[in-house]
Ligand binder design. Structure first.
Ligand code: FAD
Length: 277
C-alpha cells in the first residue's frame, strides 16, 4: 500500500458527565443544559487511529454525527493530529436510535471514501448501548474485532488482541476491518503543539476551516431521511429515570501546613469518628 492506510475514526460528542443534564418529558436527554465533551471511550479509538497512522502510514479522518456544536470535538481531533473531519448534521436525524444512527453513519462513511480501517469506541457514556460499531460493520459488510486492546498490522492482515472474560483472545483479520477499541488501550496522548497551533490558526478563518472540517447533511451523503430520525427508529424509550447526580460540592483547602489541612478536612467531614489516632 504505497499511499498508506485510509483510516476512519468515529467520535461522538456526549454530555459532560460532571455537568447537570436534564431529562426531557419524552425520556431523551436535554442536551442544551449539559456541558459537552468528546465521548471518553472515543479517546482510545482516536489514539488507536493515530497509532495506526504513525506506525503504518496513511491518513486519518474523524467522522461524527450530531448537532453543529459537535464541531468542537472534531477540532479537538484535529489538535491531536487527524488530517480532516466530517460532521453529519441534520435536523431530520433528531431522535435516531442505534439502527438509524448506524445507517446514517454508514452513508456518511461511504460518502467520505473507502477505509482500510474504521475505529470506534467501545460505547458511549450517554446512549451506552455499544451497538453502533458492530451495526456499522454489519452494514458495511466488514469483519470486526470488538473489545480490541492492542493490534499490529502485517501486510493486509491485522493481528488483534481482544478482551474476553477472564483473559484475552488473539484474532487475525484481513482489511478492510472495523475495530471497537477497549478502554484498556493506550490513553490518548497530549495534543501536539503543532496540532494545537494549526487549529488556533484555522479557527480564525472560517473558509480555511471548511477545508478540514466538512459539514454534510442527509441529502449530500445520499441517506433516505425516512430511515433516520424518529421515523427510522423502531426503538421506543419507555421511561427514563434520573437516579442521582454525578459529582457533588467541592471545597478547596489551601494555603496552610499539611497538618493543619488534614485536621481541617477531618473536622469538616466528621471523619474523626472513624479514626483511631
Ligand atoms: C428512541 C430513541 C430516541 C433517541 N433520541 C435521541 C435524540 O433525539 N438525540 C440524541 O442525541 N440521541 C438520541 N438517542 C440516542 C441515540 O440513539 C444514541 O445516542 C445513538 O444511536 C448512538 O448510540 P450510543 O450512544 O449507544 O452509541 P454506542 O453504540 O454506545 O457507541 C459506540 C461507538 O459508536 C460510535 N458512535 C456512536 N454514536 C456516534 C455518533 N453520533 N457519531 C459518531 N460516532 C458514533 C462511537 O465510536 C462510539 O464510541 C435516542 C435513542 C433512542 C433509542
Amino acid at each position: 500500500m504505497s499511499s498508506g492506510l485510509n483510516i476512519f475514526v468515529l467520535v461522538k460528542q456526549v454530555p459532560d458527565q460532571g455537568s447537570k443534564a436534564g431529562i426531557n418529558p419524552d425520556g431523551t436527554i436535554d442536551r442544551a443544559k449539559a456541558k459537552r465533551m468528546l465521548n471518553p471511550f472515543d479517546r482510545f479509538a482516536l489514539q488507536a487511529a493515530l497509532h495506526a497512522k504513525k506506525n503504518y502510514g496513511g491518513k486519518v479522518s474523524a467522522i461524527s454525527m450530531g448537532p453543529p456544536p459537535a464541531v468542537e470535538i472534531l477540532l479537538e481531533c484535529l489538535e491531536h493530529g487527524v488530517d480532516d473531519a466530517y460532521l453529519l448534521s441534520d435536523r431530520r436525524l433528531a431522535a435516531s436510535d442505534t439502527l438509524a444512527t448506524a445507517f446514517a453513519l454508514f452513508k456518511t462513511v461511504a460518502h467520505v471514501g473507502k477505509p482500510d480501517l474504521v475505529f470506534c469506541g467501545l460505547q458511549t457514556t450517554d446512549g451506552d448501548t455499544a451497538q453502533v460499531g458492530p451495526q456499522l460493520a454489519e452494514r458495511m459488510g466488514l469483519p470486526q474485532i470488538t473489545y480490541c486492546e492492542d493490534f499490529s498490522i502485517e501486510g493486509n492482515k491485522v493481528h488483534g488482541r481482544r478482551i474476553i472474560e477472564g483473559g484475552y483472545q488473539k484474532v487475525v483479520s484481513e482489511m478492510p476491518l472495523l475495530i471497537t477499541v477497549a478502554n484498556s488501550y493506550h490513553p490518548l496522548e497530549y495534543k501536539s503543539f503543532r496540532g494545537a497551533w494549526r487549529v488556533q490558526r484555522l479557527a480564525r478563518n472560517e473558509e480555511e476551516l471548511k477545508k478540514y472540517i466538512h459539514t454534510v447533511d442527509l441529502d449530500l451523503v445520499g441517506a433516505d431521511p425516512e430511515r433516520t430520525g424518529l421515523k427510522g427508529s423502531p426503538t421506543i424509550v419507555a421511561a427514563t429515570e434520573k437516579v442521582g447526580e454525578i459529582g457533588g460540592n467541592c471545597r478547596m483547602h489551601e494555603g496552610q501546613s499539611i497538618d493543619h489541612l488534614v485536621k481541617d478536612v477531618v473536622k469538616e467531614t466528621n471523619l474523626a469518628q472513624f479514626m483511631t489516632v
